[in-house]
Design a protein around this ligand. Sequence first.
Ligand SMILES: [Zn+2]
Length: 381
Amino acid sequence: MLDESSKRIAEGLFRRYYEKANFQIGNVNEREFGFGDFEKKIAYRHYSFKDNASLKRYLAEKAPAFASYSSSLYRYPDRRPMERKEWLGSGLIFDLDANDLHLECQSKHGSSWVCQNCLDGVKAETIKLIEDFLVPDFGFSKGEISVNFSGNRGYHVRVDSKELFSMTSQERKGISDYIAGVNLDITRFFPTISQRGKRLTGPTPSDYGWGGKLAKAMVSALNSGVDSLASLGIDRVIARKLVRSKADVIFGITTGNWDKVNIPRKGEFWGNVMKRIAIAQGDSIDKNVTNDIYHLIRIPETIHGDTGLAGKAVQLTMLDGFDPMKDAIAFRQGVMRVRTGSVPAFQMHGEEYGPYKDSDVELPVYAALYLILKRLAKPLE
Ligand SMILES: [Zn+2]
C-alpha cells in the first residue's frame, strides 16, 4: 500500500501534469478507457470520451495513477459486457517487458526494480521485433509502426494498417506465435535432421523467414566470436569448436551444409538457438496482449503510477538513442526530501544516485517520486 502522504504528493504532481498535457488520440470517441489507482493498474473500465478535451479534463480532475485505452475501436465503447460494445477493429499491439527476458541481473535485483541492463535489453528486443520481424517478414512499413515507452520497464509497439484492422484474435495469435517461435518444426528447416548418417542440409542466409533468420544469426555470431554464440544459448565448448573452424562453418551455412562441425543432439540444439532468436513476450495467455483484442494498454504520454515516468512516444529513428531514465522524465522541477529504504544505485537524467540504506536524502522531484512510487522511500515533511 502506498501511504497517504505519498499518495497526496503523487496525485498533486500528476494533476498539474495533466492540466498542462495535450492529447491527440485518434478515434478517441470509439475507444474504451480504463483507469487505475496506486494498487491496481485497471480498477475501472468501460469509460468513453467524446473528444480529447473531455479526456484531458477527466485526467486533470481525477489524476489517476494509471490511464489506459483500447487499441480496439467500438461503436459503443462504454457498453458492457464487451460483446455489446460492437467491435469495429483493432491495431496490432506488442507489449515487451524486461521481465520476460529472464536476464541474469533480475535474479539479483528482483522483478520490481529495473536496472540499465534491463532497459537496454528490452530496447534491443523492441528494435529486433521491428527490424527482424515486422518489417522483413510481415512487410509492414515503418510509417505504420509506432512505439512508446511503457513508463516502467518496457515498450509498446503498435502497427496500424488497414489489412490487419479486422483480424480475429486467432489470426493475431498466429502472428504472435510466429515472432515468439512457437511450434517451429525443425525438420522444415533441416529435412535430414532425424536421419542418421545423412548430411545435415539446412537454410541459407538468403532464405525467407525463420530459416534465413537462423542462418544469418549464426553467420553474424560466428563472426563476432564465442560470446555472441553463447548469447544464442550455445554451450561454450561447442562455441569454441565452431569458432576454430569459423571460415569452414560459415562457408557451409552459406551453401546449405550444416555439417562442418559435429554437434550432438542436433534437433534440440538448433531448436534452442531458434528460441533465443525469437522475441520474448509474455507467454501466459492472459499476458499476451497481441491476441487479446479487449486488452487495455497505457495511453501514450500518460504517467505510470509505479515510476512517475511518462509513457513517451518514441520516433523509430530515435529509438536507438532513447534513454527512458532521462527522456521519459515528467517532473523536471524542484527537489524533495525523502527517507529511503534499501535502494540500489540508479541513474536519472545522467546523474548517479545511491545506493541508499535507510538514509534521509534530498533528491530532484523525479528521483524522489520514482523511489516513493517504487515503495522504496517515503516523503519527509
Ligand atoms: Zn536488471
